[in-house]
Structure formats: C-alpha cells, structure tokens
Design a protein around this ligand. Structure first.
Ligand code: 3PG
Ligand code: MG
Length: 404
C-alpha cells in the first residue's frame, strides 16, 4: 500500500480522512486518543508543504446537521494538540467549506463539519454516495486515508473518494495494519482473544470466526449474557440481545475443536446501571429476577487472568462491564492488568476499550499495540476485506505524482 511518503503533496490541497469519532460527554471530549493518533500524519503533510483538508464522522447522526454531533469541539482540541491553527468549516461541501478551501495556503489546516451530516456519506446507493464523493473530491488535489477506525465502512469519504484522487495511506493506517498483521500470520501461540463490550449483535458472529483462529476465547461484558442464557442460566433483568441458539452452537463448536471458550463463573449484579445502585457478586448460575449483569465477578476475573498468563498473543476488544462506573470496573481493570503484565504480544482493539483502560489509569505503552479501531480491527482479524483499505490499495486513474 502506498503511503504518504510516496505521495507528492507540496503545494497541493490534500483531503485527509481521519477517525475523529471520540467519546463525548456533552460538548467535552472524554478521551482524545484518536485525535493524538492522527498527529504524525498531519505533521508530516504540513512539513512537506501540503494544505490540509481534514474530515471525519462523529457519532451516528441521521444524515442531516445535528448540533449534538458537531466536530466543533474536536477542531479546538486538534488545534491545541497540533500546536497549529485549525479553521473549522461549518459544512462539508457547502459554501463554508468551499470558501475555507479557496483561502487555503500551504501549511494551513481546515477541518470540515461531520461527514455524516450529508446523507450521501453513508448511503447504500452507489450513485448517491458517488455524487457526494464527487463534491468532496472536488475540494482537493489528493487524498490520504488515515481513519483506521472507519476502514470497515463502505462510506463515500472512505471508499469512493480515493477512486477519484491520487491517494495514499497515512501513518496511522500503516502502523495499525503492521501491528494487526502479527495477529493474522505467524501468530505466536497460545493465542487468546478476550471479547466484551456492548454491540452484541455485531460481535457474536465474531466469536464464531475466532473459533477457527484463537486457542482461547474469553467472553465478558454484555456479550457474555447470551452465553449464560444458552447454558440454561437465568440472566435476570439483563438485556438479552443476540441469539442464544448461536451461543449454544459456538460452545459446541469450541468443544469439538478444542478451543477453550471461557465464560464468567460469577458476575457483579445490580438492579440498575447507576453510580449509587447497591451491587453484589453472585454465581453466574444464581442470577435473580431484577438483577442485571454489569461486570464479571472477582472469581471470573481471576480465572481470566490465569488463562491470559499462559498466552503468547492476546487480542482484547470490549470492556468486561460498565467500566465507566467504578463499582462495575473491576473486571475491566483485571483484564487490563493481565495484559499489562503479560510477556506476550498484546493488542487492545477499539476506541471504547482504549478509552476505558486510560480512564482506569493504564497507559498505551503498557501494551504491545492499542488500536483506534474496534469494529475495524475485528473485521481485519476475521480476514474480511475492508473497503477503506481496498480502496487505498487500488491504483487510482490519476497518478500519485501528477503535477497540478
Ligand atoms: C468507531 O468508533 O467504532 C468508529 O469511529 C466507527 O464508527 P461507526 O461504528 O459509527 O461506523
Ligand atoms: Mg465504536
């Protein structure tokens, strides 16, 4: 894959697709890891005399402007971290963006408003997406893809724009794919995968794919709930998403193929998901009506940690519980400590998991690699084709070193 080192950017307007989808608490950014992760690419482009047009999505607005999802606060933080002025354009391909781009000189940075305010960005209709991609591409002379967290999305700014401009991958995508390649070829075994988090419907099928890849799969977080139900346990008031039949099937497959599929044996429960809800630890087989599973219990945390102590490679996606609430953070903390203390190669995948470990006081340098992409890294490890990477690998009709 061509990187920005191979792209002629001096004096050119370069559209850079980033993943600035940071966790927000109202208008304040609760973790800026994704913003920090894109600084090396932006600095290199500016050093080489590019004029930078940065763009990203934030959250999942419904294809129209929505002040709750403005990238305004992100522009401020980006300017601070970059130590450089960032002009914020209040639209994407409208008059604000066009006049900001017209005024752009080499060494300037513009951040466009949230791409998902335009329905064309996420449209499933190739033509609708293509029309928006045309307008976006017309702002720039070249394209750099560096939003690793969104490369699994077939969206206009990720997939269609690179076909329209000379393009290259940024340093974040380069670093992410280099680290994750260690988990797809020549894996040092035993290989343990820890799955948690909330997007159960998305993640349950990943357990199935991982059965053919990992030696151990440890399941916590909301995704453990269908597995507990599949064992015949009551899950009380827990939200039972996902397919219990699938969970049962995966357990059978794991048993048949010798994969160690490890489920929580105890859980921390409470009547509600709140700071002051009284919580207790119960055996996974004894969850009562009205109790909600909000973390793995201490016995499970110990069990998971002892399994991880023997692993040479560990990939972890998704917190073990509602880790933003201190009473339900112990499981996530225990897994983070197990990875931090491991002698193996450890990878944490996903903005939410990365934010959770930083909130608990861990630092990125305690792990082999902290990926900015959750869904993207999982799909990469499953061996799926990621639209954003495929688009960067495809030669565009326009040569990378075209003069303009
Ligand atoms: C993420 O945070 O996982 C990425 O930014 C992708 O966001 P999405 O799941 O809304 O496409
Ligand atoms: Mg996410």
């Amino acid at each position: 894959m061509r990187t920005i080192d191979d792209l002629d950017v001096a004096g050119r307007r370069v559209l850079v697709r980033l993943d600035l989808n940071v966790p927000m608490d109202g208008a304040s950014i609760s973790d800026d890891g994704k913003i920090r992760a894109c600084l090396p690419t932006l600095r290199a482009l500016l050093d080489r005399g590019a004029a930078v047009i940065a763009c990203s999505h934030l959250g999942r607005p419904a294809g129209a402007p929505d002040p709750r999802y403005t990238l305004g606060p992100v522009a401020g933080r980006l300017a601070q971290l970059l130590g450089h002025r960032v002009v914020f354009a209040a639209d994407i391909v409208g008059p604000c963006a066009r006049s900001a781009v017209t005024a752009l000189r080499r060494g300037d940075v513009v951040l466009l408003e949230n791409l998902r305010f335009e329905p064309g960005e996420t449209s499933k209709d190739d033509e609708v997406r293509g029309e928006f991609a045309d307008r976006l591409a017309s702002l720039a002379d070249a394209y750099v893809g560096d939003g690793f967290g969104s490369v699994h999305r077939k969206h206009a700014s990720v997939y269609d724009v690179p076909a329209r401009l000379p393009h290259a991958a940024g340093y974040l995508i380069q670093a992410e794919t280099a680290a994750l390649r260690r988990l797809t070829s020549r894996i040092e075994r035993p290989y343990a995968v820890v799955m948690g988090g909330a997007k159960v419907a998305d993640k349950l099928p990943v357990v199935d794919s991982m059965l053919g890849i990992a030696d151990q799969i440890l399941v916590g977080g909301a995704i453990a709930v269908p597995f507990l139900a599949a064992q015949g346990y009551s899950v009380g008031a827990s939200l039972l998403e996902g397919d219990q039949a699938a969970a049962r099937d995966y357990r059978a497959k794991a048993a048949a193929s010798g994969v160690d599929l490890v489920l929580p044996t105890d859980v921390t429960v409470a009547a509600e998901r709140s700071d002051d809800a009284p919580c207790t630890v119960v055996s996974a087989a004894e969850i009562q009506t009205g109790q909600m599973v909000l973390d793995i219990g201490p016995r499970s945390a110990g069990l998971f940690a002892s399994k991880l102590a023997g692993a040479s490679t560990i990939f972890w996606n998704g917190p073990m519980g509602v880790s933003e609430i201190p009473s339900f953070a112990a499981g996530t903390r225990a897994i983070a400590a197990a990875l931090a203390g491991s002698h193996g190669f450890t990878v944490i995948g996903g903005g939410d998991t990365a934010a959770a470990i930083r909130r608990l006081g861990f630092t990125d340098d305690q792990f082999g690699h902290v990926s900015t992409g959750g869904g993207a890294s999982l799909e990469y490890l499953e061996g799926k084709t990621l639209p954003g990477l495929a688009a960067l690998e495809t030669e565009s009709a326009v040569p990378a070193t075209a003069t303009s």
